[in-house]
Design a protein around this ligand. Sequence first.
Ligand code: ADP
Length: 266
Amino acid sequence: MIILKIGGSILTNKDSKTSEVDAVSLKRIASEIKKSLDSSDKELIIVHGAGSFGHPPAKKHRIGEDFDKSQYPIKRLGFCEIQNEVKKLNMYICEEFIKQGIPTIAIPASSFITAANKRITNGNLDLFKNYLHKGFVPVIYGDVVLDDDLEFCVISGDQIIQYLAVNLNPEKVILGTDVDGVYNKNPKTHDDALFFDKFSSLKDLDTLEGTTNVDVTGGMVGKIKELLYLADLGIESKIINAEVEDNIFKVLENKKVKGTVISRGN
Ligand code: ADP
């Protein structure tokens, strides 16, 4: 089983304040996944980020922050708005995947996952297993969920990756984003950033700058934290650049691709 995440930075124009799908990238990535499914049998789960569909409304409604009881109805409506926005992005993605022949089935986190203090505590994955056994490709994405402590919270695609990997024990965990992997500082704002082939500790980062864009779920640092948790359990993951043509296909086919392996080993 392979768990593949496609970052919101690839599928949407994440710097934008409005929801925009990057249709060209979406088409190319769908075709790379299809090519790989055609070339060999594999169980594949896709996770995608929320990008410009999720982050601006999540920021606007301050979901995940403490609020006064009197604000409950307005917060609840904000929750609904975010859920609907990320569902729209998912719909565009699934539409393109299905068009290209990928047997895609959307399983939204808001429909079966709950959290406590912004961390997933419950989410029965039997349905995932069932769909996988029948040859479907389940798709799940960054979403809003009910939170036992905060009423509502946002969970990132990166946290979902971690939850799925811990519970499903995949052979491979791959994250496609818009940079080659992890550097000691943000490569988009620092020309002298140094690239890591392997990454094993947050101490190796010079700065804890999250991301270049409006990200409410932690950007690169949030991603790394989730993956280091997996590394502690002995589950290795790899961050690659999904903007480079054929990288997704190659990584699915075990071919060599530049990227950062997150592991605690040497
Ligand atoms: P995605 O939406 O693909 O999951 P994010 O936007 O959350 O990705 O995170 C990727 C971004 O993180 C990159 O575009 C980069 O600008 C930023 N970033 C910040 N710090 C680093 C770092 N140390 N190494 C690599 N990228 C970093």
